[in-house]
Design a protein around this ligand. Structure first.
Ligand code: ADP
Ligand code: MG
Length: 190
């Protein structure tokens, strides 16, 4: 079942011509899930706000669910909060084990984790636990260089990024905000 996937954000409603650096064929291959989900490989979507990261992440997640894979979609800070509660209750390990049932965990807005949340390393433990076993799909407005806010210290950031990118497809969606673009088109339209 598709856990918490935003409605209406599908591959069919995604305009691929707005992101020329990404091909539909490449996305369709990811939507099949074979290969990368079996290997626990990751997908990372970078780009400025409004560029379509959440839409594309949802679209891929939904297609994977339709193809029989188990997917959980969550905002990164919500999941961090849940895992921190689990840690306080000395149940982090079992909380992480429960997430194992999902072939793919979509962590939307990865770099929005607050300083306060970064003080504990639940996100690092999640990344380590899934490494080479279960996949992550991460969206982020900030490049790796600015992920220090997400983890307690720079060494941990480095170790986390190292594991994430070891087997990963990375899309750099450096496009204009789709929202702004469509708003302008409407204004200057026929
Ligand atoms: P981001 O997560 O990168 O900030 P979103 O995915 O939330 O951006 O996109 C902002 C809005 O624009 C959403 O309503 C989304 O559906 C729409 N959008 C963005 N890119 C596209 C696209 N290529 N085709 C269709 N709609 C898009
Ligand atoms: Mg988003």
């Amino acid at each position: 079942k598709e856990a918490h996937l935003p409605a209406g954000k599908t591959v069919d409603t995604f305009a691929f011509d707005a992101v020329p650096m990404i091909s539909r064929a490449q996305v369709m291959a990811l939507c099949a899930g074979d290969g990368w989900l079996e290997q626990g490989a990751n997908l990372i979507l970078f780009g400025p706000p409004g560029g379509g990261k959440t839409h594309l992440a949802s679209a891929i997640g939904l297609a994977l669910v339709e193809n029989g894979w188990r997917v959980l979609f969550t905002r990164t800070s919500d999941l961090v909060q849940r895992l921190q509660v689990a840690r306080r209750e000395l149940a982090l390990e079992s909380a992480l084990a429960k997430l194992d049932k999902y072939h793919l965990l979509v962590l939307d807005d990865f770099a929005y984790v607050s300083r306060d949340q970064a003080e504990t390393s639940v996100l690092f433990e999640l990344i380590s636990a899934r490494y080479e076993r279960r996949s992550l799909l991460i969206t982020a407005n900030q490049p790796f260089g600015e992920w220090n806010r997400v983890f307690p210290d720079p060494a941990m950031t480095l170790a986390a990024v190292d594991r994430l990118v070891h087997h990963a497809t990375i899309f750099e969606m450096n496009v204009e905000s789709y929202r702004r673009k469509t708003a302008e088109t409407r204004r200057s339209g026929p």
